[in-house]
Design a protein around this ligand. Structure first.
Ligand code: SF4
Length: 435
């Protein structure tokens, strides 16, 4: 029996894919290893969104190669977006890599592991129909779970490598998702997060995303439903209405902005202007007062001069996001923008990134502080490392809360009085059981 150690990098989609990979490997007769030392095969499930992430993986492969020196039969495999992005070049870049398998090749992993005993194994075929139906991901115990509802992306933003490495958008039928969610609920899951690259554009040909949310909300044991990431202009009035009328749907939306300059948005081939984006943001906040909104912002994309950058700074101040993921633009091959001459130098990108991080961090601190004194409804997720008897969980707005409560258990929904805020965590005191 082959023992496999699996390490995951990148976004939630990769975390969910690793659960899928684990299930496929186990049904193929493998056992999962806790550490690389105990493994016959070491697999890295990777990200290709930024160059830095790829360099990190090459470095990690170099570190893991020590196991090959000690046990030459050890196999090292690279899976996921970076594997798809670099393909055969990955084997050329690192002679220690034995398997290269893209996101649509996971069903064939047991065979690839066998093949890799004798030769390098490469499988980066994209498959427009692969949704991994019939495979139940192998998840760690807990009250929260991912549910992938859509794979691939059809939007083709000029900076983004995802359509090249994850292929065209395809969605899993609503009926299958309901069965999967019911199974998760029966296993004790109380919160699911629906995953898709542009999850709000979900359709199985008959049902849209609003219908999916409402159908899943009918499962009694599920207490909360999240989703990430929606595409801003796929937020139809119908979807906003569905969210507003169903309290189980989390009052948090991650709404990727990227830039607040129309010129930059156009260059990025985002399908909205800043006015369109702002209209969606306002509609969400009007329908669900107090809703938390987070975002993604890129510093230094093509055409971002000082004026365009200031537009983004101004909008961050105006929108007052709860938190944001902010990055310097990283030029990726196999994207439309790859062919363009860069217009912003690295030093300027770094300066701009620091500026927006500073602006946002101040806002995030203020938003956190404003929670002090309020009562928050928290889904308990587990035991906090803070102190004995302390628990942690999240509010509907995706705020992490730690609090002391000897009576509560993971999966309980409890009301917590917020008495303090540190960094990204709220400190609470039990206020009572939620109705
Ligand atoms: S919507 Fe744009 S940024 Fe998001 S995954 Fe698709 S191509 Fe990439």
């Amino acid at each position: 029996m082959m023992h496999v150690y699996l390490e995951t990098y990148g976004c939630q989609m990769n975390v969910a894919d690793s659960e899928l990979v684990t299930a496929i490997l186990k049904s193929g007769g493998c056992e999962m290893a806790e550490t690389p030392e105990l493994a016959d095969a070491i697999l890295l499930n990777t990200c290709a969104v930024r160059e830095h992430a790829e360099e990190r993986i090459i470095g990690r492969v170099g570190e893991l190669a020590q196991h090959k020196y000690e046990r030459p039969q050890v196999i090292i495999g690279v899976l996921g977006c970076m594997a798809q992005h670099l393909g055969e070049d990955l084997i050329k870049r690192s002679r220690f890599v034995d398997i290269v398998a893209g996101p649509d090749s996971y069903r064939r992993l047991p065979g690839l592991l066998e093949r890799a005993r004798a030769e390098k194994a490469l499988d980066v075929r994209l498959d427009r129909r692969e949704t991994y139906d019939g495979i139940t991901p192998e998840r760690a115990d807990g009250v929260t779970a991912w549910l992938t509802v859509q794979r691939g992306c059809d939007k083709c933003c000029t900076f983004c490598v995802v359509p090249a490495v994850r292929g065209r958008e395809r969605c899993i039928p609503l009926a299958d998702l309901v069965l999967r969610a019911e199974k998760l609920a029966a296993e004790g899951v109380r919160e699911i997060t629906l995953l898709g690259q542009t999850v709000s554009s979900y359709t199985d040909g008959e049902h849209d995303f609003a219908a999916l949310l409402l159908e899943l909300a009918r499962i009694p044991e599920l207490l909360r439903i999240r989703f990430t990431s929606p595409y801003p202009t796929d937020f139809s009035p119908k979807l906003i209405e569905a969210m507003a009328k169903c309290e189980k749907i989390a009052r948090h939306v991650h709404l990727p902005l990227q830039s607040a300059s129309d010129a930059v948005l156009k260059k990025a081939r985002r399908r909205y202007t800043i006015a369109d984006y702002d209209a969606v943001l306002q509609a969400l906040r009007a329908a669900m007062p107090g809703m938390a909104v987070s975002t993604d912002i890129i510093a230094g994309f093509h055409g971002e001069g000082e004026n365009e950058f200031q537009e983004t700074c101004d909008y961050i101040r105006k929108a007052r996001f709860d938190f944001a993921f902010m990055f310097k633009y990283s030029r990726r091959s196999r994207t439309a923008a790859w062919r363009w001459q860069e217009t912003v130098d690295e030093e300027t990108k770094s300066r701009r990134l620091k500026t927006i991080i500073d602006i946002q961090e101040q806002i995030s601190r203020e938003v956190q502080q404003a929670c002090v004194g309020q009562t928050a409804r928290v889904l308990v997720e587990g035991v906090s490392k803070r102190e004995d008897g302390w628990l942690f969980g999240k509010t509907s707005e995706f705020r992490q809360v730690v609090f002391e409560d000897p009576a509560a258990r993971p999966g309980d929904m409890v009301d917590v009085k917020v008495v303090g805020a540190t960094g990204h965590t709220l400190i609470g005191e039990r206020a009572g059981a939620a109705k």
